[in-house]
Design a protein around this ligand. Structure first.
Ligand code: G
Ligand code: G
Ligand code: MN
Ligand code: NA
Length: 250
């Protein structure tokens, strides 16, 4: 069997599962929420990297059903976590990746609406991450869908920011509230000869457009301190935790 054939049955066989990686307030160290990342454990092949199976899921369209399932799982999990927290605790969000294939699916807006209804989550606690390249492939269609999603009150985030076109005018046209700075930029900050001016420029641009920035791939104290001092709001990376199943989160 090819990997594609194996993947076709993976969802029904219960081989896919969500993991959650913390997203933290860089100034206070408080938990702000989690990004949901899909994993596939095949009974004989073992853990298969999303770098391998997500592209296959996208090409075959399997990502539409798998993504909807993951979204529902993640939102349900967040509702549980929120219910367990005290009234004084910071309300957590959940972030879910939405591939371009899902963005083109006519059902997406209805699926998101249903998930919000079912879980009773405040819509802004649900963050949907879209990539620049995905949006740019078909800007007008993507914009229409993003406007509808925004109309539901969910929070939209641009993932892997800085790796694509990243123009100011395009960012201003998207109804997004969050920019996720790609880890290729984050990995350099605080080191000699690093191209820190790009990160400063992104932070300045985000500030001007009133967007929050999440730095991805924060691995060291030096990176955290530098990013915080430059006014970056949130961070995500191995410094705070790797993606793990909900059962491993207290
Ligand atoms: O979790 P990890 O860093 O190994 O993920 C590798 C790639 O797979 C990343 O680009 C990530 O965005 C993608 N990915 C992981 N989970 C999902 C998912 O649920 N949906 C989509 N569309 N992509 C995912
Ligand atoms: O493309 P996206 O940003 O959705 O995927 C996030 C990917 O980054 C996941 O595969 C996740 O495992 C990985 N990741 C998360 N934190 C770190 C980190 O601190 N360092 C590195 N190298 N990868 C990370
Ligand atoms: Mn992401
Ligand atoms: Na990313």
């Amino acid at each position: 069997m090819t990997l594609e054939q194996e993947l076709r049955g993976a969802l029904e066989r219960g081989e896919l599962y969500p993991t959650y990686q913390p997203i933290v307030d860089l100034s206070t160290g408080e938990l702000d929420g989690y990004e949901t990342l899909m994993r596939w454990r095949h009974p004989t092949l073992g853990l298969i990297s999303p770098l391998r199976f997500v592209p296959i899921a996208e090409e075959t369209g399997l990502i539409v059903d798998a993504g909807a399932w993951l979204l529902r799982e993640a939102a349900t999990q967040l509702a549980t976590w929120r219910a367990e927290r005290g009234p004084g605790d910071r309300p957590l969000h959940i972030s879910v990746n939405i591939s371009v294939r899902q963005l083109r699916d006519r059902e997406l807006v209805a699926i998101v609406r249903d998930v919000l209804d079912e879980t009773g989550l405040p819509p802004d606690a649900l963050w949907l991450e879209i990539t620049e390249s995905g949006v740019m492939e078909d800007l007008e269609t993507a914009l229409a869908t993003l406007d509808e999603l925004r109309g539901l009150g969910v929070t939209l985030a641009v993932d892997d920011f800085g790796t694509g076109y990243s123009s100011l005018s395009y960012l201003n046209r998207l109804p997004v509230g969050i920019v996720k700075l790609d880890r290729s930029f984050v990995s350099e900050v605080g080191e000699q000869g690093a191209n820190e001016s790009i990160v400063r420029a992104v932070l300045a641009m985000a500030g001007a457009l009133d967007l929050k920035v999440v730095a991805e791939g924060v691995e060291t104290d030096v990176q955290r301190d530098w990013l915080r001092d430059q006014g970056c709001d949130l961070g995500q990376g191995w410094l705070y935790g790797k993606p793990v199943p909900a059962s491993e989160i207290g």
